[in-house]
Design a protein around this ligand. Sequence first.
Ligand SMILES: [Zn+2]
Length: 147
Amino acid sequence: MGIKEMLGLSDEELVKPLPEPTPWSRPFWEGTKAHKLLLRKCTDCGNIDHPPYLFCTKCSSEQHEWIEAAGTGTLYAYAINSFAVPFPFWDDMPYVVAMIDLPEGVRMISNIVQCDHDTLENGMALEVVFEDVTDEITLPKFRPVAP
Ligand SMILES: [Zn+2]
């Protein structure tokens, strides 16, 4: 039995929050929609900011380009959520929230999916997968690279 039946929740109480693209993050979300992982790179100093911001957090320049990330990453740290999460995520438990280091030099927060949780290990190699949640929003998630 799911959480909805257990607690008599309405459908509305089980709606997961979704990203709300801003003018400066919209290209990132347009990218994930096309199953591409895009990063905002400053064309003045080369710094990459993630999450994308209005201006470069290193040199304050607004000049930038969007580059496609390799789509790989390294597991920096993770937590397996198995208790007391918000109701919309209840039926997903246990699920993994992680910090992933990308070779481009930024750290991303996402879920690790398609894996046996017992095999997770900091430093392991990951690759991006795209989860089409709605017509508008696709979430980038990560899974272990097949050995
Ligand atoms: Zn810069």
